[in-house]
Design a binder for this molecule. Sequence first.
Ligand code: CA
Length: 224
Amino acid sequence: MRVLVVEDEKKTASFVRKALQAEGFAADVCHNGDDALAAAKATPFDVIVLDIMLPGRDGLGVLKQLRERKNSTPVLLLSARGEVNERVEGLNAGADDYLPKPFELSELVARVRALTRRNGENKSTILRVADLTLDTVAHYAQRGGKKIELTSREYRLLEFLMRSAGRLCGRMMILEKVWDYNFDPGTNLVDVYVRRLREKIDADFEIKLLHTVRGSGYVLKEQP
Ligand code: CA
């Protein structure tokens, strides 16, 4: 198990590395965001421990860049402030867990270990809801054995809905995740795309998977 620790405070980085090594992990350290992105590109890590406060490109910027590059390594974000907004922003940007500073090293190690386990369970590249599948490598969907062509935006929308299967996805959350908007553009963009997606994944099938939750958003699930 190989962990990348991204933290500019050298003392903290060193403590974290030693704690991980003591628990049997291999640990590499980077002191800034650009080095971290280069390291993540060169080496497959099992978990990335990523401090938000970094010189230059900050941790959230690194995280967004990783996810844009389709790097799905689990990320544990560290923050000095523990602000709710930062936590929400981090989780929305694709972080898997969050730990406010100051933290106990034992807690950090426990969270890293939990993330390695979670990653092991989710190694499949195929997402599935009922008879709808999405190949996250080849970027295409299938339902009932029939291949469904998707535009790149439709793909991103469907991937997000499938990863959140069974959970309500609000319009604002969808705008953030699929369009990278942090504001409400005041259009019915989401509804338009959901309608297009429905045409492709639900129209020809008796059992509908993409449901509207009136006034709130959408949920993808087998049962209404
Ligand atoms: Ca820092």
